[in-house]
Design a protein around this ligand. Structure first.
Ligand code: ATP
Ligand code: MG
Length: 421
């Protein structure tokens, strides 16, 4: 117990965390180019927010939430996804009063009590964007183009964009009837949860993970066939915009998404390379969420990317990431005086942004040089009695073995030139 992380969680360290940082940097860069602002909302919220904002008939609310009563007897839930908290913040801080649309992004841990397997964790991480205040298809196209550029900049090529439209409330009503009459003849074969969903929210049956339910819905009628004129046009326009942007997509009536709040556009980026949990990015339009959470009716569109799955796709396509943390210079020392001088120089170099390193284990010179090699130092120099007296030392390029004698007083300037900082 004491030496094992809880099931479905994971420590991130070593080379892996460098890869995470790289991914996060690409996300920050792309969001900046798109004019999306970062938002950080609390890790926990009132349970009711997710019941409302994610939906009572979803897998998340029905089975997966980490909820508990706090000492003040409030029901609290660790966020299972990013959108509801951001929607709450949008209302609470009256962001609607600012120039619209409001464009926000976040990178956050999320918590779901699921059966852990490849690509399915109990604590995972989402990068998400939300764009509030526009009902136009151009907003849908913009968030999709943002996701596609993030994937492209990370060198990911084997993902396919699937899009669908669920329509607005009117189309939904019509579709629910059509779907129910189809499901009626299969009712007995549905899983108990879906039998319940049949009455409350039949669309959810399309998103069930149970094999027998999946087989039944494979033949179900498509939401696209019951779209009313305006929703149809919205969907057509989105497709025209994606075509103009040269973003390849397929229309896929099986995409309905796991959350209750979606209207009109839904989409996923799917990878074939990482097994059953192939959905790297899921998103769509949710024009009723803000109102559902107590705000003024505000159209919105967004997506969530699971970072663990994103990294799995990158590993499948590009192999394991092996770029260790590099050091610019290792300063070895022989004797107490030299060690003191070394640590003084290291401090000065670091102040100038040069990643210098020294010995902390009272090692022999040989062992110090072995260590310098191990940590991948680009340069090294050794200080001994003679070097201290002459105030000169030999700077060695560890990659090509070349050596040069330098004045210690010039070390910072020389290193700056070498690494061009
Ligand atoms: P799935 O159908 O795989 O259960 P979902 O519909 O529950 O996914 P969303 O709620 O839309 O997923 O979350 C957005 C993204 O977050 C998913 O596409 C996926 O990449 C990631 N994700 C969701 N649940 C998990 C999890 N338990 N572990 C790791 N990543 C996850
Ligand atoms: Mg899920």
């Amino acid at each position: 117990m004491l030496t094992k992380a809880p099931r479905g969680t994971k420590d991130l360290f070593g080379n892996e965390i460098l890869e995470w940082r790289r991914v996060e940097q690409v996300i920050l860069d792309v969001c900046k180019d798109f004019g999306f602002h970062e938002i950080r909302t609390p890790i926990f919220e009132h349970t009711e927010l997710f019941q409302r904002g994610v939906g009572e008939t979803t897998d998340i609310v029905q089975k997966e939430m980490y909820s508990f009563e706090d000492k003040g007897k409030r029901s609290i839930t660790l966020k299972p996804e990013g959108t509801a908290g951001v929607a709450r913040a949008y209302i609470e801080h009256d962001m609607q009063a600012e120039a619209q649309p409001t464009k926000l992004f976040y990178i956050t841990p999320a918590f779901r009590y699921e059966r852990p397997q490849a690509g399915r964790m109990r604590q995972f991480h989402q990068f998400g964007v939300e764009m509030f205040g526009s009902k136009e298809a151009s907003a849908d196209a913009e968030v999709i183009s943002l996701a596609s550029i993030v994937l492209e900049r990370l060198g990911i090529t084997h993902v396919e964009l699937h899009i669908n439209s669920l329509g607005g409330p009117e189309c939904r009503k019509k579709y629910n009837e059509v779907l129910k009459s189809y499901l009626k003849s299969h009712f007995e074969e549905l899983c108990p949860t879906c039998q319940e969903r049949y009455e409350k929210n039949p669309l959810r049956v399309l998103d069930c993970k149970m094999e027998k339910c999946k087989n039944i819905v494979a033949q179900a009628p498509s939401t696209i066939d019951t779209l009313e004129r305006e929703c149809r046009e919205h969907f057509d326009q989105l497709q025209a915009l994606l075509t103009e942007m040269k973003i390849p997509f397929v229309v896929d009536p099986n995409i309905v998404r796991g959350l209750d709040y979606y209207t009109r556009t839904v989409f996923e980026f799917i990878s074939q390379d990482i097994g059953a949990q192939g959905t790297v990015c899921g998103g769509g339009r949710y024009d009723q969420l803000i109102e559902e959470c107590g705000g003024k009716a505000t159209p919105a569109v967004g997506f969530g990317i699971g970072l663990e799955r994103l990294l799995m796709v990158m590993e499948a396509e590009q192999g394991t990431y092996t770029h260790p943390l590099q050091r610019d210079l290792f300063i070895g020392a022989i004797g107490k005086e030299a060690l003191k001088k070394a640590h003084g120089l290291i401090h000065t170099l670091r102040k100038e942004g040069i990643s210098a390193e020294g010995d902390h284990l009272d090692r022999s010179v040989r062992a110090q040089m072995k260590y310098a090699n191990k940590i991948g130092a680009s340069y090294s120099l050794i200080l001994g009695e003679e070097e201290l007296v002459k105030e000169k030392a030999t700077l060695k390029n560890m990659n090509i073995g070349e050596q040069e004698e330098i004045q210690l007083s010039q070390l910072v300037e020389i290193m700056k030139q070498k690494i061009q900082k």
